[in-house]
Each structure stands twice: as structure tokens, then as C-alpha cells.
Design a protein around this ligand. Structure first.
Ligand code: FES
Length: 270
């Protein structure tokens, strides 16, 4: 159950924040007070205020990643009280408000913990592993030219809706941080499915799923063992059913690759 206050009175909280000077430094928790927080301020705004006080005291501010602050970019990846993005379901850290916490709460704030996401500083992790998976095949390489007329390429409504659900993944990494195996399968399956459900994604469908899964494995992400913590932690509520969809695609693509006839043109014949 989510503890939260409905009062409009300012609240005081104690933060236990992971501080780590650099990737190779030892980290530790440091306690900070955040007093008189407006319950309607966001978690990141509360950190801004704490940082301002630290800066005025001549201390090093807490490093944390953020960009849009609108739940779109996926950079505000914090572990709050052991949960990726904190206590609320279906929201990113930047959409988590201080009213989600009780007055007097002690809140533990850590970076996402996963070997493929090394800590850069304090709460900032390097999640470029996700970019590498995307670069392995998470795109359509044909030239699209001018925008086609509406409905020129018919797409069943159910497929369009599912593709849209998959495309809502913001690549924040909460699925990896929530999984005991540090599996990236929810992320990869969303990125694979958003194309495999649409006609434009079909020509490169097999090579896309094979390449993205291979890159995911190469980068050290673990396997899915059906715990579903990934979809429970996802700020966009992406369903674990996309993992089953990707597994099916991967199996079919593997069979087709294994039995694909060799082309004479590339067989080295004169
Ligand atoms: S800052 Fe962009 S999703 Fe939170």
C-alpha cells in the first residue's frame, strides 16, 4: 500500500542518499534533511532544494539525471525506498510528488543497480547499453520519403494499439533495476514489438530481433524468469506479454535463419 499524505501542510523528510564520487570510488549513504517540503512539489524539485542548500553551504550537490521532467525522456531513473521510480505505480520519478510520502518519513535514494548500468556519480548511471541495443537493429532502414496519405497502408486497429503501447517505452531501465536477473527483456521486447506489429517493420523483422537479442546478451543483461517485476515497475505499464511476443519472433527468426538457402551470388562462384 502506498503511504501518502492528503494534507497541504509542508512535510519534513530525511533522505538517505547514495553518494559516490566516481565509477571506481566506494559509495556510501549520507543523510540529509529536507524540511518544509510542499506536498505538491515533485521528488526532483525536492532534490533541487536540497542541492541548493548544499551549494550555499559549499558542499557538493547530489548528482542525479533528469531532462524533460514530464515522464517522457526516461532519464530520471532513481531507486526510491527499493523501488524503481518510487512508491507510485505507472509514473516516473519526475512525476512522483512529495505527497506520496508521510511527514517524518526516512527515504532511501539509490541509483539503479545493475552491472550493465555502471554508476557514473552519485545517482547517475550509464545506461548507454540501451542505446547499443537500439543501434543493433531497433529502427527501419528504408527511406520513407514523403509522408504517405492517411490509411494508404492499412493497419488493423488492434495491432496499431499494441504497437503504440510498445512504443510508449521511455527506455528508463526500471525493468532492469526491478529484475533480480537484471533482464532487459521488457525493454527489448517493447522496442522489437513496436516495429514487428506494423507493415513497415516486416522486411527487417528477423534480423532486428536476432541482432537486438544478441546485443542484449553480449552486454550482460540476464534472462527473464517470469517474475513480472519488470512490468510492475514500468512507469509506462508496459505488459510482460511483449516478452512472450518477442520470444515467439526470436524462435521463428532463428529457424528461418538456420534453414535459409545460401544465395549463389554470395557463394563465391564465378
Ligand atoms: S525527467 Fe524525463 S522522464 Fe523523468
Amino acid at each position: 500500500m502506498v503511504a501518502h499524505t492528503t494534507s497541504t501542510e509542508p512535510i519534513n523528510v530525511t533522505l538517505r542518499v547514495w553518494r559516490q564520487a566516481g565509477p571506481k570510488s566506494a559509495g556510501k549513504f549520507v543523510e540529509y534533511k529536507a524540511n518544509n517540503c510542499n506536498p505538491n512539489m515533485s521528488f526532483l524539485e525536492m532534490l533541487d532544494v536540497v542541492n541548493e542548500e548544499l551549494t550555499l553551504k559549499g558542499e557538493e550537490p547530489i548528482a542525479f539525471a533528469h531532462d524533460c521532467r514530464e515522464g517522457i525522456c526516461g532519464t530520471c531513473s532513481l531507486m526510491i525506498d527499493g523501488k524503481p521510480h518510487g512508491p507510485q505505480k505507472g509514473v516516473a520519478t519526475c512525476q512522483t510528488y512529495m505527497r506520496s510520502f508521510q511527514n517524518g518519513a526516512v527515504i532511501t535514494v539509490e541509483p539503479f543497480r545493475a552491472a550493465p548500468f555502471p554508476v557514473i556519480k552519485d545517482l547517475v548511471t550509464d545506461r548507454s547499453a540501451f542505446d547499443q541495443i537500439q543501434q543493433a537493429g531497433g529502427f527501419i532502414s528504408v527511406r520513407t520519403g514523403a509522408a504517405p496519405d492517411a490509411n494508404a497502408t492499412p493497419v488493423p486497429k488492434e495491432d496499431a494499439d499494441l504497437a503504440m503501447d510498445a512504443a510508449s517505452c521511455i527506455g528508463c531501465g526500471a525493468c532492469v533495476a526491478a529484475c533480480k536477473n537484471a533482464s532487459a527483456m521488457l525493454f527489448v521486447s517493447a522496442k522489437v514489438s513496436q516495429f514487428s506489429l506494423l507493415p513497415q517493420g516486416q522486411p527487417e523483422r528477423d534480423q532486428r530481433v536476432l541482432a537486438m537479442v544478441a546485443k542484449m546478451d553480449e552486454l550482460g543483461f540476464g534472462n527473464c524468469t517470469n517474475q513480472y517485476e519488470c512490468s510492475a515497475a514500468c512507469p509506462k505499464l508496459i505488459s510482460h506479454e511483449f516478452i512472450a511476443r518477442m520470444n515467439k519472433d526470436y524462435l521463428a527468426a532463428s529457424f528461418r535463419a538456420a534453414f535459409k538457402p545460401k544465395s549463389n551470388a554470395t557463394a563465391g562462384g564465378a
